[in-house]
Design a protein around this ligand. Sequence first.
Ligand code: FMN
Length: 186
Amino acid sequence: MDNPTLRVIRQRRSIRSFKDEKIKDEELKAIVEAGNYAPYAEEGSRYITVIQNKNLLHKLNSIAKEVAQTMALEGLRKLGRDENFHSLYGAPTLLIISGREQSVSPEADCAAATQNILLAAESMEIGSCWIFFDLLAFFSPQGAELRSELKIPAGFKPYTSVALGYKNSREDDMPDRNLSNVTFVR
Ligand SMILES: Cc1cc2nc3c(=O)[nH]c(=O)nc-3n(C[C@H](O)[C@H](O)[C@H](O)COP(=O)(O)O)c2cc1C
């Protein structure tokens, strides 16, 4: 089966190398809007922050790397120590999707918006990567200050983030997905 939507879903891959050039405002707006069209368990449960300020992106990465060095997982500690690792891969735009902590299922609501964002970006051939790593910054002692600097409303917690930008390279080595993890009960 093939159609334009399925093609975009199959084509999307996480992109980890971006051009410096920012995506156009109209593209950015369409991507963010696609996030808001995602289903939710409770209206008003999510909030999207668009960051294009280089200093702030740098700050988020640096703080996240510091926090990573204190984590139990050796993989995270190693990335935190790696001078060549940038958690946003040089993307000029980062979206942070925050959920209202007291809503029914903020994490699911944020994840639904995130997937719409990734697919909308791919439909415009814009590169994207779902990023957990940079959110470690909010676990730091500066976390509360960061939230207020980013104007994340009180009661909302950052659950997901997406690095966005024009692709520098494609990652084509992912195997095609199949149905081996699916059971049809008829
Ligand atoms: C919840 C979640 C967190 C992720 N966090 C990161 C991350 O911090 N850094 C990263 O490079 N990729 C991250 N990814 C992307 C996954 O590594 C990627 O989706 C997976 O390897 C499958 O590859 P694909 O997106 O190209 O299909 C994350 C994905 C999800 C769903």
